[in-house]
Design a protein around this ligand. Structure first.
Ligand code: SF4
Length: 497
């Protein structure tokens, strides 16, 4: 039984971070790698704040965790120090809790009843508890290869090795199918490898999970674009002939551009993701990055996760200055729910550690022009106000006053969102067209209009959270398993939108 008054005895305490000077001198994770005994004791106290509500909103898919994580159950198991059972219950709903514990902005915490009242001391630190259980599971040898004891004789290709593809692949392999994951990049992991900086999740965390998948029997092919025509690529015809089902988990990495802004074509103006990929490749040992912030004034346009990732990356690369621009007003005090793209509570949780390290954030400003000869050297800014047009529901950005400010910038990073799936030959090869949102549509069984071809993750949903990618990967596995065998016992935590 949970302690119903635990939250009255203990305040919420987030995981301790490393000193800023240490963080800026290397690429290791921001959060302190605590001694297990110390971490476990602190996390047990945090878990004891959960009162095990009768109706736990934290684990409901509509408001809280899309995976349906059994949060009150594992909170109580941690409270009493039963880490093995907590690991079992956590892995029952989440293939990769060490990813979500590090990367998810925790909608579960926004949904926790203790987030409603200021007097409660804040929501249960669910994300911290989740990461501690996941890390303790690896330390205590509670994670092992769960090889299937049955074989269906069916073959499945998963295209894309990000979190959705990996979750689908692991579920289907464990169900007895022969699964091969195709990755066009030289290394596995998709966004987890080349989109997420080391300081948020070190690659060794990804690699040990990939080793588990390999031990379970999932096969991987890297440097292979399905539908491409380079040596080593796989044609769509071979894909269809070789596999009984195909899962598309190709992400939604087409960056939103600002093509009409004067000076957009100047050297030094890049998509945010290009910056992150190049930096991650350098961290992998591939030589100096092609887009370095070292010795430059850096301007990042955008207010979300990707912008923050660029911010921390540029700081660590030795930028002269880093400034992040957001056209919306500064939350939470003056943030207008009507115009804000972000819910307020998760935004508070997204008070990214990188912003306390260095640099500057500016709100209610927008770029008017990139200035330079061949390469960008400065940027002209205007104050703006964002309003919602009541007739169309669209947000409109309007300049305020006549003042134009020019700030130095030799590197500009566009982190203004994603427009959907990249245009790739695979799509036409499979007779698939993108929706107006740039995603791949599917029926209620996750199957695209092309027979035997399924879709999940950002490719279906649009750019979203890692927890949604895993939830969709698990759900598409259920659908593919049912398609191949007539029925499935695999869990399906979410349904297509
Ligand atoms: Fe515990 Fe909060 Fe979930 Fe209630 S909503 S079960 S207090 S974590």
């Amino acid at each position: 039984m949970a302690d119903p008054s635990g939250f009255l005895k203990h305040n919420r305490k987030d995981a301790p971070k490393r000193p800023v000077a240490d963080r800026l001198s290397d690429w290791h994770e921001v959060y302190l790698d605590q001694e297990p005994a110390e971490r476990d004791q602190q996390v047990r106290t945090q878990a004891s704040r959960c009162m095990d509500c009768g109706i736990p909103f934290c684990h409901s898919g509509s408001a809280g965790c899309p995976l349906g994580n059994l949060i009150p159950e594992w909170n109580d198991l941690v409270r009493v120090g039963d880490w093995a059972s907590a690991s079992d219950r956590l892995h029952a709903t989440n293939n990769f809790p060490e990813f979500t514990g590090r990367l998810c902005p925790a909608p579960c915490e926004a949904a926790c009843v203790l987030s409603i009242s200021q007097d409660s001391g804040g929501p249960v630190a669910i994300k911290r508890v989740e990461q501690a259980i996941a890390d303790a599971s690896w330390e205590r040898d509670l994670v092992w290869a769960r090889q299937s004891t049955v074989s269906s004789g069916k073959r499945v290709a998963v295209v894309g090795s990000g979190p959705a593809g990996l979750a689908a692949a692991q579920q289907l392999t464990r169900a007895g199918h022969e699964v091969t994951v195709y990755e066009r990049d030289d290394r596995l992991g998709g966004l987890l490898r080349y989109g997420i900086p080391e300081f948020k999740m070190e690659k060794k965390v990804l690699d040990r999970r990939l080793a588990q998948l390999r031990s379970e029997g999932t096969r991987f092919v890297t440097g292979c674009e399905v539908g491409g025509d380079k040596p080593g690529d796989l044609s769509v015809e071979t894909l269809r002939a070789r596999y009984d089902a195909v899962v598309l988990a190709v992400g939604a990495l087409r960056g939103r551009d600002a093509p009409d802004l004067p000076g957009r074509s100047l050297n030094g103006v890049h998509f945010a993701m290009d910056h992150l990929v190049a930096a991650n490749k350098e961290c992998e040992g591939d030589g100096p990055t092609s887009i370095s912030a070292e010795g430059k004034h850096v301007l990042i346009i955008g207010g979300g996760d990707t912008a923050a990732d660029c911010y921390g990356t540029a700081t660590r690369q030795g930028a002269l200055s880093v400034t992040q621009l957001d056209q919306y007003p500064q939350p939470p005090a003056v943030r207008d729910e009507e115009i804000s793209p972000w819910p307020v509570w998760p935004w508070i949780l997204r008070n990214y550690p990188v912003h306390e390290e260095a640099g500057e954030r500016r709100f209610a400003v927008a770029v008017e022009e990139f200035v330079g000869d061949d390469a960008v050297d400065s940027v002209r800014l205007r104050e703006v106000v964002v309003r919602k047009d009541p007739s169309t529901g669209r947000r409109e950005v309007t300049p305020v006053g006549d003042h134009v400010e020019e700030v130095p910038a030799q590197l500009v990073l566009l982190a203004i969102g994603f427009e959907g799936v990249e245009h790739m030959p695979l799509l036409s090869g499979l007779n698939l067209a993108l929706t107006p949102r740039g995603t791949i549509s599917c029926g209620p069984d996750w199957q695209t209009p092309t027979e035997g071809v399924f879709v999940c993750g950002d490719a279906h949903r649009g750019a979203s959270l890692v927890v949604w990618a895993i939830a969709e990967g698990r759900s598409v596995a259920n659908a593919v398993d049912a398609y191949l065998t007539g029925a499935s016992d695999l869990p399906a935590p979410v349904h297509p939108t």
